[in-house]
Design a protein around this ligand. Sequence first.
Ligand SMILES: [Zn+2]
Length: 381
Amino acid sequence: MLFKDIVGHQVIKQKLIAIINSERISHAQLFLGKEGSGNLAMALAYVQYLYCLNKTENDACGTCSSCVKVSKLVHPDIHFVFPVATNEKVKKDPVSNNFIESWRASFLENPYMSLEEWQEIAETGNKQLLISSKESAEILKTLSLKTYEAPYKTMIIWYPEKMNAASANKLLKILEEPPQKTLFLLVAADVEELLPTIISRVQILKINAVDENELTQYAMEKYQIDAQKAKDIALMANGSVNELKQLLNQMDNSTYFREMFIQMMRSAFVANVPGLIDWTDEMAKIGREKQKQFLNYALHLVRESLMMNYGSNAVGKKTSQEAQFLDKFAPFVHGANCLDIIALFDEAAYHIERNGNPKPIFLDVALKLTKLLRVKQPVLE
Ligand SMILES: [Zn+2]
C-alpha cells in the first residue's frame, strides 16, 4: 500500500513520514478512524514506507523486494490480527491465522473494507466476531519469533475493540513491557470501546473522514464519472471511500432492481405463486449486500408511489423509467396498505442485515404482498 493510493489525508501522510524519518518511532500507535476513512490502509502504508529499501521523500518506492512483499501482505515480519468467528471450515477456537488467505484477498480487493464485509467474506454467519484470548496466545507466540528481514516486527491489530476482556488484558501486559524492535499498530474505529489503560499506552493518530473535494476528485478519476455526479455522491458518502463505492454500485444496480421490483409486483398482483418462487430463488442468489440494496430501493419506489398518489409529485426523486412504471403502479399503494408494505420491507431488511436466510425472508415478502396489494383504498362518503 502506497501513501499515494490512499484517498486524501495529506497532513497525516506527511506526519507519518516525518515520524519515520525522525527515527522516533513509537512502539504502539493507534490509527483511529471511522469505517471508510482508510485507517487500515494508512497503517499498512506506514509499515511499507518504514520497511522500504529505497524510499523517497513522499512515499515508498513500490518496487523493492520489501515493498513487493508488503503490498501483497506476505512480508514475513508483518503479522495481522483481526476479529474472527467459527465457520464451516474452522469449527473450534478460531484465530486470525485460520483466515489469513481470505483476509489478504479481501484487503487487496478493497483496502477500505468494513467489518460487515469482512464477516461476509469470512463466512461466519451472524456470529459475533471476536479477538479471543486464544488469539493473544498466538500474538505472544509470534512475538517470540525472530525478525526475518525488516528492522522491526510489526503487529497490525484491526478492530482491537473486538478483544474480549481476557485478550485485551493480555495485550495491555504486552504493551506495558513492549518487546524490542516490535511495533503495534492498532487500527480502531471507536476509542470508547478500548480499555483506557490501552489508550494510555499508544500514540493516537486521528484519521478523519475523507475531505469532500478529495472524495469528489477520486470518484471522477477512479470511476470516470462527471464532476456533478461525483460531487453529489461524495456528499452522500459522508467522507467514506467504502460508502462511495457502495453508492456507485447501487446506481449500477438500479436498472436490475427496477426490473426485479416490477417482476415481484406483477406476480404478487395476480398471485402467481410459481412466479414468486422463481423470483425468490433469484433474489436468494444475489448476495446479502445487493439484497439490502434492493430492499432500500423497494422502499424508495413505495415512497415515490405514495407521493404521486397524494399529489406531491414535485418533491419526488425518480428517474424517467421509474416514472413510467409508477404511473400504473402507484394507485395500488395508498393509506390503507402503505404502512404495512413499508413495514414488510423494513422487517425483511432487518433480518437480512442480521444474516437471516434470504429464501424464506423474500418468499414471505412476496406472499404477503399478494394480500396487501388487494387491500382496497377506503372511499370517504
Ligand atoms: Zn520500496
